[in-house]
Every structure is written in structure tokens, then in C-alpha cells.
Design a protein around this ligand. Structure first.
Ligand code: HAM
Length: 415
């Protein structure tokens, strides 16, 4: 038999309440911070990600689902949402709107990664991007909004890590200092880090291997090599985070896996450690839109993986709210009961009441069992005596009460 492709999963009916809960909360938080929804295509011109995310990144080097379509164009299933949002901002002339333009998305994302718990090849992100504003107050608001999302869901015990990785002004000198430091330790590094040393020395800082971790702990810190503008930006950010009473840790090893970041980077991690445990991350990307061919436009944003959010909700024992709609099961059993059952089922649905029933004769016991499996709050029973008297036995399964009602009374009660 066929199975879902490795690293993908079906969103089963029993999990839909979790999905609804996180997506509704995302939309609620987006509205609170004045973000509008944007949906972009599932695939884009491959060049958008090669230029946007960066050629030396794991995503572009090893993880993209890229193929030539039948017209011979190279397209890629989106491996992240920021570059597509920036593309749409430029394409639709959003620089003419009042700035910053604030956009959010809930979308499927594709990365050819080694699957494990919380690491998928098709997953979903809630992300938001604010474009056209350079103030650190906006970085702080984006961080605040990220925390607000988790708080509204009931997730606790999260750690907020922040760092500033500089800008094209100050980063080259910092990278040189970093490379000089690592050059003296090449023999102590893992093979991956040795390969990254020339191509992307910043990434050496977030290697999880024990030896490399020690090296990274002692490495020169970017925040000690910032230009005046980046320093002032970082000071303004931390001041505002303090005012917002957000707990944060300055982590000089935090660099993120995408090339477009400038100045602020941040991540939110649950207490349980692990390479795939980061629940969300983001930062500022002031050069990305220009890199993609637009006018110089600053940006800052965040994205969180919804599968990881749901995993954390389940670990914390947080259940999504139950639907408050009364759920009714119509049982019919005996001669001449089918027409009455069909009639009341339609009448209830017309009145907006969700109803389930059976379609071929079954014993009363079997139907009661089915109503229990569905968790139906109410059961309507139509047996031979009900059919004769043109009334209904109405059972409230929660309160364990039972009464006899006419059709009119029944509709009034349930609508
Ligand atoms: P990212 O850190 O690559 O950032 O992904 C954001 C989040 O997506 C991660 O923290 C994680 O929760 C989730 N995620 C990533 N990979 C996987 C996977 N293979 N399986 C399940 N979940 C995963 C970005 O994508 C940036 N675009 C974020 C951003 C927005 N920066 C600025 N604006």
C-alpha cells in the first residue's frame, strides 16, 4: 500500500481541533498587532530563494524541492515565507502604502530534511513580516507579538534568545576576527565546521557538537564588534524589551540559518533541548528587498512551526477548546421510524444544529454505542411508540436526563 511520503503527515480529524486552535489564535494575535493576511503561491521562481535565502545556506544547498516545470522554468516549493512576502511587497507596489506594511501568513513549507519528531519535509508556519521601518521599536514589537502568540495558547517555560549580528558596515570586520580565531582551532573542529569555515564562518557558532560548542563559547562576540548604528539599535531594542517586561537571554552564539539577517536575530526555545526543538525564530533583514531587486526597504519578521507548536501543546497537556455547538445523534429503530428520523435530521440541520445518524437498520444498542464514540451531547430516539405518538425521546447524555418532546419543543430546545 502507498504511504504518505517520508517527512509528511496527514492532519487527522482528531488533530483538527489543535490546528483550528493555533490558526485561530494566530489570526487573533495578527489582528491585535494590526497585520493583514497575505497568501503567496506554493512554488516560486527558484532564483527568489537562491538570492533571498543565500547560496551558502543548508536550505539552498541541500533542502530545496526544485524542479523544471514542463515549460522548462526552474521552480521551487517554498522553503520559507519571508522572501515570497518581500517579492509580493515589491510586485504589488506596497511601498506606496503607509509604512511599515505588516503582513502575516499561515502556509505550508517544504524542506528536504532528515525527518524526526518535530522535523518534517512538509510543515506549516505562522509567520509575520513588517516592511519599510528601521526602528528597533518595531523589532521589539515583533518579539512581543511572538511571545503573545505562545502566551495566548497557554505555552509556558519558553526561553527568548536575542543577538545582533551586525550589518554590511560592521560585519566584514567581525567575520575576519572570527575567522582568525577559528583558524587557530581548525584541528579541534568537526568536519562540517571545517567545510563551513571558508564559506560561512558565522554558522560555526551554532554547531551543536560538544567540541565546537566549547570553541563557540569562547569565540569573539558580534555585539562587541558592532558599528555605532548597530550598537544603538541593539541598545534601543533591549531597553524596549525591558520596558515590555520580556525576559530574554543575550546569546552571542545565535546566528540563524538564513543569510538575509542584519542586526537583530532572535529565537524562542522550549526547555526541552534538541537540534529540532526551536519553536520559532526571526530577525531583521534590511538588505533583502534590495537583494531581490526592489528599492532599499527595511524589514523584520518572525515565523513559528505549527507542528512544533502543537507538539509542545500536547507535551504540556494543553487541550484545544471544544466546540460549543450541541452535537446530536438521531437513533431510529423499528417500523415507520425512518421517515421521521429523516425529517427531524433535516429540520435540525436547517436550524444550524450538527446532526449524525445511521443509514441502514441497526440495533438500538449499536446506535447508542456509536453516539458514545462520537461524544454526542444529545441523542434523539425514535422507536415504534414515538412514531405512533409523533414525538421524540430526548436524552441529554451529559446530565443523564431523558424527556419526551414534540418536534416544535425539540427545535426550540436545540436551536
Ligand atoms: P526558520 O528558523 O528556518 O526561519 O523557521 C522558523 C520555524 O519553522 C522554526 O523555528 C521551526 O519551528 C519551524 N521549522 C523549521 N524547519 C522545520 C521542519 N523541518 N519541520 C518542522 N518545523 C520546522 C524562517 O523560516 C524565517 N523565514 C523566519 C523569519 C520570518 N525571519 C524573518 N521573518
Amino acid at each position: 500500500m502507498y504511504q504518505a511520503p517520508r517527512g509528511t503527515q496527514d492532519k487527522l480529524p482528531e488533530d483538527q481541533a489543535y490546528w483550528k486552535y493555533v490558526e485561530d489564535t494566530a489570526a487573533e494575535v495578527a489582528a491585535l498587532y494590526h497585520y493583514s493576511r497575505l497568501d503567496t503561491p506554493v512554488f516560486e521562481d527558484s532564483g527568489l530563494f537562491i538570492r533571498g535565502v543565500g547560496e551558502g545556506t543548508d536550505i539552498v544547498e541541500k533542502e530545496m524541492y526544485t524542479f523544471n516545470d514542463l515549460g522548462g522554468s526552474s521552480v521551487t516549493l517554498r522553503p520559507e515565507g519571508t522572501a515570497p512576502v518581500c517579492r509580493a511587497y515589491v510586485e504589488h507596489g506596497m511601498s506606496n502604502l503607509p509604512q511599515p506594511v505588516k503582513l502575516y501568513y499561515i502556509m505550508s513549507i517544504f524542506r528536504y530534511e532528515r525527518p524526526q519528531a518535530g522535523r518534517m519535509r512538509q510543515f506549516h508556519q505562522f509567520g509575520f513580516e513588517a516592511l519599510g521601518e528601521s526602528s528597533a521599536l518595531l523589532d521589539a514589537e515583533v518579539i512581543d507579538m511572538s511571545c503573545c502568540f505562545y502566551k495566548k495558547l497557554g505555552l509556558k517555560d519558553l526561553t527568548l534568545l536575542v543577538n545582533n549580528i551586525g550589518c554590511p558596515e560592521c560585519r566584514p570586520a567581525y567575520l575576519k576576527t572570527l575567522r582568525d580565531y577559528y583558524r587557530d582551532h581548525l584541528g579541534e573542529m568537526c568536519e562540517d565546521c571545517k567545510n563551513r569555515f571558508e564559506k560561512n564562518v558565522l554558522r560555526l557558532l551554532d554547531c551543536k557538537k560538544p567540541n565546537c560548542k566549547v570553541l563557540a563559547d569562547n569565540a569573539p562576540k558580534s555585539i562587541e564588534h558592532l558599528c555605532d548604528e548597530c550598537s544603538a539599535h541593539f541598545a534601543a531594542l533591549t531597553k524596549r524589551l525591558d520596558q515590555l517586561k520580556l525576559d530574554y537571554v543575550i546569546d552571542h552564539r545565535l546566528v540563524r540559518g538564513l543569510d538575509y539577517y542584519t542586526k537583530t536575530v532572535f529565537e524562542i526555545q522550549p526547555l526541552i533541548e534538541g537540534a529540532q526543538s526551536t519553536i520559532g525564530g526571526g530577525g531583521r533583514y534590511d538588505k533583502l528587498i534590495e537583494e531581490l531587486g526592489g528599492k532599499p526597504t527595511e524589514g523584520v519578521g518572525f515565523a513559528t512551526g505549527l507542528e512544533r507548536v502543537i507538539l509542545n501543546l500536547k507535551r504540556a497537556g494543553i487541550e484545544p477548546p471544544k466546540s460549543d455547538k450541541p452535537d446530536v445523534f438521531v437513533i431510529w429503530c423499528g417500523e415507520n421510524t425512518l421517515d421521521m428520523a429523516g425529517h427531524i435530521t433535516s429540520a435540525l440541520r436547517e436550524n444550524g444544529v450538527p446532526v449524525a445518524t445511521v443509514y441502514s437498520p441497526r440495533s438500538m444498542k449499536a446506535q447508542m454505542r456509536q453516539a458514545n464514540t462520537f461524544g454526542s451531547r444529545y441523542v434523539i430516539i425514535i422507536g415504534e411508540s414515538e412514531a405512533e405518538n409523533k414525538n421524540y425521546t430526548f436524552k441529554d447524555m451529559q446530565n443523564n436526563t431523558q424527556e419526551t418532546l414534540t418536534e416544535e419543543e425539540l427545535l426550540k430546545r436545540l436551536s
